[in-house]
Design a protein around this ligand. Structure first.
Ligand code: SF4
Ligand code: F3S
Length: 106
């Protein structure tokens, strides 16, 4: 499956959800996740993200391994999102800030 990583937090551009053929994105207050059992590994979402926050699970860097489980867990509790919406207001300021996981709202 593909995984949403740290740099989505506080940005949430949502371009990714428009292209997913199986609508497997789920939305929290300041982050999105992919349901690992629904993702068909089509890779369409990866280049759509302006924050480059999506990678295949076998490409997830060492420091972000926790996001594999976070996507699986939060996809079970957050609502589905299938249409693009405005990014979070400070998305440009937060894009590229490292280690935003402390800012993650559930
Ligand atoms: Fe959806 Fe394809 Fe991205 Fe998986 S890889 S989340 S199926 S767009
Ligand atoms: Fe997040 Fe990128 Fe989608 S910032 S909402 S993974 S387009």
């Amino acid at each position: 499956a593909f995984v949403v990583l740290d740099n989505c937090i506080k940005c949430k551009y949502t371009d990714c959800v428009e292209v997913c053929p199986v609508d497997c994105f789920y939305e929290g207050p300041n982050f999105l996740v992919i349901h690992p059992d629904e993702c068909i590994d089509c890779a369409l979402c990866e280049p759509e993200c302006p924050a480059e926050a999506i990678l295949s699970e076998d490409e997830v860097p060492e420091g972000q391994q926790q996001f594999i489980q976070l996507n699986a867990d939060l996809a079970e509790v957050w609502p589905n999102i299938t249409e693009r919406k405005d990014p979070l207001p400070d998305a440009e300021e937060w894009n590229g800030v490292p280690n935003k996981v402390a800012q993650l709202e559930r």
